[in-house]
Write a protein that binds this ligand. Structure first.
Ligand code: COA
Length: 329
């Protein structure tokens, strides 16, 4: 008997209107368009500027669009997973807040905080509820409002991150289509290179933590850079070999958008045709949990039923991995 699989049956992205350009960053920190473009590939990122708006407001727009696109009534949704490191509050989970804002009343909902690998981990977690046969409509959201945790006086991080993301609907798939396999890893010893110093139980917020600017992303870029390339390349190779896939059989590689040099490094090491690699980092920067759904959303009109797609990510934790899916529509 063939294994029951879950497939993405719809996708809806969202990015806030405000565009933060390299020219504007030049006025905020000691940097320039040439450096940012050459070292990261980023030209613009979108920022949620509306006062009082949070990650759940972006999630709400994505989920409302997704329900409309897939012809789904909110009552039919059984599970909502929100992948984010910038939830509205430390608790409760933002997935619950999104459900309330959208009017989803029959679902249980929770967050996944796996940083830039969040959406991949969420996609596989959500698909397992469908594979088990217990759930038929699962929404997975990858969204971050990175501007809420970025220090706009730190030129090494403020040039990289943006806000936005996307939501997908998962449903039982026709034979052979859907999310087929994932290779995931974690290594907590990498936490020292990419984290937020305060605000958790280790260092609760205080006047001192605020004064020391410890509620922002801290990153040692070089250490993350090297691990990111190796982690993505290794897991892409593993997932390809486990599923007897050759390069020519893969239609699309969807890499986490952290740095164009990382994306190029991965493609070069695998000798992967760059025309098959999704890249939109120049427009959106690194939206953490949002990058992969933003790519799929943008490329959706070009995807064909049966396309073999590999998604890959690396992020804070460290967390990393690759997922193989066969596009279902
Ligand atoms: N503008 C101008 N100069 C800058 C700069 C900026 N925005 N940011 C850093 N620099 C300077 C540094 O101060 C340093 O100067 P120095 O040599 O005088 O000390 C020099 O540029 C090189 O800095 P470095 O940090 O070594 O640059 P880099 O080439 O490693 O690029 C990152 C920095 C952050 C872009 C890069 O390391 C990166 O993308 N890392 C991985 C990010 C990632 O994958 N995150 C993980 C998942 S989210």
């Amino acid at each position: 008997m063939q294994r029951r699989l879950a497939a993405i049956t719809g996708i809806q992205g969202y990015i806030p209107d405000y565009v933060l350009t390299n020219a504007e960053l030049e006025k905020m920190v000691d940097t320039n368009d040439e450096w940012i473009t050459a070292r990261t590939g980023i030209k613009e990122r979108h920022i949620m500027k509306e006062p009082g708006k949070a990650t759940s407001d972006m999630g709400k727009i994505m989920v409302e669009g997704l329900l409309q696109k897939t012809g789904t009534h909110p009552d039919e949704v059984e599970l909502v997973i929100c992948c984010t490191v910038t939830g509205d509050m430390v608790f409760p989970d933002t997935a619950n807040i999104i459900c309330d804002k959208v009017g989803i009343k029959n679902a249980f909902a929770f967050d996944i905080r796996a940083a830039c690998s969040g959406f991949l981990f969420g996609l596989t977690t959500g698909s397992k509820f469908i594979e088990a046969g217990t759930h038929r409509k699962v929404i997975v959201i990858g969204v971050d409002m990175m501007s809420s945790i970025i220090d706009y006086t730190d030129r090494a991080t403020c040039i990289i991150f943006g806000d936005g993301g996307g939501a997908v609907m998962l449903e039982p798939a026709e034979d052979g289509y859907g999310i087929i396999d994932s290779v995931f890893h974690g290594d907590g010893s990498g936490a020292k290179y990419l984290h937020m110093k305060a605000g958790g139980s280790l260092k609760p917020p205080s006047i001192e933590t605020v004064t020391n600017r410890e509620h922002f992303v801290y990153q040692e870029g070089k250490a993350v850079f090297k691990s990111a390339i190796n982690g993505m390349v290794d897991t892409i190779r593993d997932v390809m070999s486990r599923n007897h896939l050759s390069k020519s059989e893969i239609q699309w590689l969807v890499p986490h958008q952290a740095n164009i040099r990382i994306i190029d490094g991965v493609a070069d090491m695998l000798e992967f045709d760059k025309s098959k690699v999704m890249v939109n980092i120049q427009k959106f920067g690194n939206t953490t949990s949002g990058t992969l759904p933003l790519c799929l959303w943008e490329w959706e009109p070009r995807l064909k039923k049966g396309d073999n797609i590999i998604l890959t990510a690396f992020g804070g934790g460290f967390t990393w991995g690759s997922t193989y899916l066969k596009w279902a529509y």
